[in-house]
Structure formats: structure tokens, C-alpha cells
Design a protein. Structure first.
Length: 69
């Protein structure tokens, strides 16, 4: 997954309107200072969604449907 890729998210809730989006940034979620010290970092992506909103989501919850390369 890279910046510019088109991704798909199958929402588990019927009121979630996010379905497709474009990857804007890649990062890693490490949890807060109060979290478990040995917590494994999780890859996250910032997405511009089809709703016009941006937001972060775990990369394992989406799949690439069109690569920007």
C-alpha cells in the first residue's frame, strides 16, 4: 500500500458511508503512554474518503483496489 492508492473498506455498520478512498499518508499507531508497554505497533493509513472527509484507519481493515503506480 502506497500514497495515492485507491482502497476499499467494507463497513461493518450500515450507517457508515465510507466505502472507497485515496491513501494520503502512512504511519504506525503505537498506543498512548498508558498502554501496555509491549504493545506491537500497528500500521495505519490516512484516507480521503468518498464522503469528502479524511480519517485514519488500520491498514488491515482496508484493501487496495487500484495502485497508483
Amino acid at each position: 500500500m502506497e500514497v495515492g492508492d485507491l482502497i476499499y473498506f467494507e463497513a461493518g455498520q450500515t450507517d457508515d458511508e465510507r466505502h472507497v478512498g485515496t491513501v494520503l499518508r502512512l504511519d504506525v499507531y503505537r498506543g498512548g503512554e498508558c498502554s501496555v508497554p509491549l504493545r506491537i505497533p500497528e500500521p495505519i493509513v490516512e484516507v480521503l474518503w468518498n464522503t469528502g472527509m479524511t480519517g485514519w484507519i488500520l491498514s488491515e481493515r482496508v484493501r487496495v483496489i487500484s495502485e497508483s503506480r
